[in-house]
Design a protein around this ligand. Structure first.
Ligand code: SF4
Length: 343
């Protein structure tokens, strides 16, 4: 691995994996797209004879490798997927990655931003306001290198801090992704290092305990708990709305890591057992407009098996309930407790 600086990121590029590659595609999530040209430059240095493409389309996560399309067109030897660790196979299906070509190379992008001490002090105050003593410290993939330092800084303020160990090859030290919070062991409260509210909200929904976010980009700490509580209330309302729905749309994902046959089968059986009808709807990219195109009075509710963040982040305002898998199970059982997220 050769660490190189690209803007505000340290890129860990496994250069030995590029040997003899003739065609290489550099793929990045939207938030890291601006770093991709610099990474392509690094790739040129290590594989000067290769033709290097920067993939301009959105790639939402390691669940979204898009290798079948790339295989059928550019036919690359290597896809460099920037900023994510591999998607957990047990959540998707065995063919999540190609059997042979192209080789998927995961290159980490570690942010060089460090939150100021004042943000850490503010986070400790927020945790104290929740009466928290035992906290679990987590991060998105861009900031996991900060966790040992932050754990020490928070423990000096009287907190008992635990950082979950890595779970290779899927998770680095204390790492979570938007649809997998299994590393978040039980605690009084959680601290998450991330930009935006996306991961903090998912963590709140998964654990329903106070969540404080430390944002290295903005250099501040934010108590995400009130926003988490508000989101949970909306979700429970959606579950209640769907309880009487007789006819469902069961949405199947076509992205590489969002096709979950085990989950589709489980929900199909649950719908049948509850005496509901359903239609299978297959989508690569589900948007409000693309669902509205298919929607008709026949459908009374939808459940999304592709990305469980879509119902929460994109469909909260949709006129019919659009649920995560866990929420659909709750609705079919007629239960509002315990809240299940995401599966
Ligand atoms: S939250 Fe959605 S986009 Fe992110 S890794 Fe999970 S399935 Fe993919």
């Amino acid at each position: 691995v050769s660490p190189s600086k690209c803007g505000d990121y340290r890129i860990l590029l496994p250069t030995q994996q590029l040997a003899n590659a003739k065609t290489i595609v550099v793929q990045a999530p939207d938030g890291l797209k601006h770093v991709a040209p610099c990474v392509a430059h690094l790739v040129h240095e290590h594989a000067p004879k290769a033709r290097v493409y920067i993939h301009g389309d959105s790639s939402f996560g390691a669940c979204d490798l898009q290798y079948p399309q790339l295989q059928a067109t550019l036919d690359p030897d290597v896809i460099i997927h920037l900023g994510h660790t591999p998607y957990p196979k047990e959540l998707a299906h065995p063919r999540l990655e190609p059997a042979e070509r192209p080789r998927i190379v995961y290159a980490r992008a570690l942010s060089t931003r460090r939150p100021p001490r004042a943000a850490v002090a503010r986070a400790a105050e927020m945790l104290a306001s929740h009466g928290a003593r035992r906290v679990v410290l987590l991060s998105t993939g861009q900031h996991t290198h900060l966790l040992p330092w932050l754990a020490l800084a928070l423990s000096r303020r009287g907190l008992r801090v635990r950082v979950p160990p890595p779970s290779p090859p899927y998770f680095e030290l204390g790492q979570v992704i938007g649809c997998d919070y299994r590393l978040a062991a039980p605690a009084d409260a959680y601290v998450i290092v991330s930009g935006g509210l996306f991961h903090a909200l998912g963590l709140y929904l998964a654990r329903r305990r106070p969540v404080v976010k430390i944002d290295p980009y903005r250099g501040e700490a934010i108590d995400a708990t009130p926003e988490g509580e508000k989101t949970l209330r909306v979700r429970l309302y959606k579950v209640a709305q769907a309880m009487d729905a007789r006819r469902w749309g069961l949405i199947v994902g076509l992205k590489t890591g969002q096709y979950r046959p085990w989950l589709v089968d489980r929900l199909a059986r649950a719908l049948e057992a509850a005496g509901r009808e359903y239609r299978l709807l297959a989508y690569e990219t589900l948007t409000v407009d693309s669902l509205r195109n298919i929607d008709s009075p026949w459908f009374e509710a939808f459940v999304v098996t592709s990305c469980p963040r879509l119902p929460i982040d994109d469909f909260a305002g949709y006129e019919k309930p659009v649920l995560t898998p866990g929420e659909a199970v709750m609705a079919l059982r007629g239960e509002l407790e315990p809240y299940r997220f995401p599966w």
